[in-house]
Design a binder for this molecule. Structure first.
Ligand SMILES: Nc1nc2c(ncn2[C@@H]2O[C@H](COP(=O)(O)OP(=O)(O)OP(=O)(O)O)[C@@H](O)[C@H]2O)c(=O)[nH]1
Ligand SMILES: [Mg+2]
Ligand SMILES: [Zn+2]
Length: 302
């Protein structure tokens, strides 16, 4: 039987069959040993083959189909081990907050680079607009202009008040999408606002730091009223890039891409070389300083 992984808690992997039925499965031993590079041998969204055991409700995963794409990041503190957040996605959304907690540009750009690297369309959802001061609204306008120019749709919502939620609901229709972001950004709250029948746990912010308390602990694919699926994910603090070549990174900045063939040197790193077209794009304003600085920072990561 073919099925899709919808939840994995470490001890059990929940899969959904084509008819919507769910099974708790174990993984055949061989995968655990084979895939030592990742902390998780199966990821949410994986297409798998399941053999039913134990009557109706349990199964054994015997095969993991090749992934079309995935969002991957470095595991905390273990630089060589990676974690696949979700696989086989139609769209990846980063839930961004300018306050409580604040999302940094470096975090946004590392996420977008990862999505671009695997050709997953990505968008930004700015949440908590109900608490933004006039100054933060100006920052929001600036960021929206920068990211939309770079080719990333930007949305504004308040999961709390419901502002902007219908637009997101329509975006998710008929697709498998993922919400990622810092803990406390409101991923689960937004899912609840999109579909009140769903009941993901929603946390509180820590009183001292106004950050989330890691309420969602396992990624889970939830069904949006029979018309689309959303993967709710645990909050992440940093987004460590993995599996990227230095030369690949400029191609993951869509607004830089068209300048790349115009650089004087074929192996231009776009940092100091004469005749660099990316730098001329920076001077003319077609490449923003904010994004270019993220590019430099990501180059320095490796
Ligand atoms: N003011 C305001 N608060 C919000 C909004 N959306 C979510 N919150 C609050 O932010 C806190 C965290 O929300 P969650 O949905 O649990 O955040 P999360 O991103 O799922 O966090 P993790 O599961 O820890 O990764 C809760 O107290 C929510 O009520 C919003 O639009 N405005
Ligand atoms: Mg959550
Ligand atoms: Zn160049």
């Amino acid at each position: 039987m073919e099925a899709i992984v919808v939840k994995s808690t470490g001890s059990w992997i929940t899969v959904r069959a084509a008819d919507g039925k769910k099974f708790d499965c174990k993984l055949k031993g061989q995968f655990r040993i084979r895939d030592i590079k990742h902390t998780n041998p199966v990821a949410i969204g994986d297409r798998v083959v399941v053999e039913q055991t134990d009557g109706d409700s349990h199964g054994m995963i015997t095969c993991i189909r090749e992934r079309e794409n995935y969002i991957i990041r470095k595991s905390k503190n273990l630089s060589k081990i990676s974690h696949i957040i979700a696989a086989n996605l139609d769209h990846a959304y980063l839930i961004v907050t300018l306050a409580q907690p604040q999302t940094s540009n470096g975090f946004i750009d590392r996420f977008l680079v990862t999505a671009a690297g695997y050709h997953i369309p990505a968008s930004l959802i700015f949440n908590k607009t109900d608490i933004y001061s006039p100054e933060l609204m100006k920052v929001l306008d600036e960021l929206t202009s920068i990211y939309e120019k770079a080719g990333y749709p930007c949305y504004r919502v308040s999961a709390l008040r419901g502002d902007g939620v219908p637009v997101i609901r329509r975006c998710l229709e008929g697709k498998v999408s993922m919400f990622a972001g810092h803990s406390g950004a409101g991923k689960s709250a937004l899912i609840k606002a999109i579909n009140p029948e769903l009941n993901p746990r929603i946390g509180k912010l820590s009183v001292t730091h106004q950050k989330g308390m890691h309420t969602t602990t396992f990624a889970e694919m939830l069904e949006l009223g029979g018309n689309g699926y959303i993967v709710d994910t645990p909050g992440i603090k940093e987004f460590g890039l993995i599996d990227f070549d230095k030369a690949e990174i400029p191609r993951c900045f869509p607004e830089m891409e068209r300048f790349l063939p115009l650089c004087q040197y074929k192996n231009c790193s776009h940092t100091h070389e004469p005749g660099c077209a990316v730098k001329s794009g920076l001077e003319s304003g077609e490449v923003s300083t904010l994004r270019y600085n993220s590019y430099l920072s990501i180059l320095n990561d490796r």
